[in-house]
Write a protein that binds this ligand. Sequence first.
Ligand code: ZN
Ligand code: ZN
Length: 370
Amino acid sequence: MAVQREWFEKDYYQVLGVPENVSEKDLTRTYRKLAKQYHPDANPGAEDRFKEISTAYEVIGDPAKRKEYDDVRRMGPAAAGFGQPGGGPGGQTFRTEDMGDLGDLFGGLFGGRSRGRRAAQRGDDLEAHLHLDFAEAIDGVTTSVHVPGQSPCSPCRGTGAKAGTAMKTCPRCHGSGQMNDNQGMFSLAQVCPTCSGRGSLIETPCDACHGSGRAPSNRQVKVRIPSGVDDGQRIKVKGKGSPGTNGGPAGDLYVVISVAAHQLFTKKGRNLLISVPVSMAEAVLGTTVTVPSLHESVTVKVPAGFQSGMSLRVRGYGVPAAKIDGVSGDLLVKVDVVVPKHPSEDHVALFEQLRALDDDAALRAKLNVT
Ligand SMILES: [Zn+2]
Ligand SMILES: [Zn+2]
């Protein structure tokens, strides 16, 4: 897990409004409350706030990440070489060329993990994509996603050295995997750049992996997608990212959802929307219409005098209740009164009678008033 630049800039405790020594239990409770309050379904327009809350909880809600975050923040941005290129006061700033190295650097600096030659590291977070049809997204689904990743190369058993050849001790660090970098105020143990902390170098690389020790692999990961997911939503599957190294925990898997559009339905929050056409006569006199829903069709009574563009609510036919709030959505049936584009002669004759009636009514109304 590379250290994120954002970690220096954002106070996730403040984002969630909790003290820094908050217990895991209280943290989760506060997060649930905020997530419910700012969920875009309940509170459209609060999306940014919701994202902010989610991001904060993804880090400090995970004990391993929270520890890393706390450690990193204790040192401050200057220690990581951010913001002050060329060195800060007292020369305690060190420079890093790329973010990827930061993880290594901190892995060696913090948390008592630098005792051994090979520091335990959390595996990377991975991303997988999942396409759902409309009904699956509404109801939720348990399925599996294809996760491209890496596994140890089998001919060399992950060492990177050709089978039967020996490794040689790194000449730079003499096998310790670390270098002491004396920078005035601080003496920092850094990972040896020559051997990347392994302490040894490969003399003859493995033919299969060219010395990387890794081979591409594909995994199928089973994921449970909750009901009512939206297009573009990310679902976190804890511990299903890349495996950790040297006993470190696995990273997380993020499943990015795409949802196919439906010909008849649209989704708004936990409600489903559909439009049904009725004739002018039906709107005036009232009618019943049979409306498809995602599972069985429902019969809806349109009362007499119903106005075009208004909706009827069919309770419980929307997104099924989610575990988090236990509230299921509704089906909203929008009634569209259809004006005949090419009326028959009979229609025209009847509408002319209607117009005469309306004129009479208007005239009577006028006479009553004056
Ligand atoms: Zn070395
Ligand atoms: Zn190999």
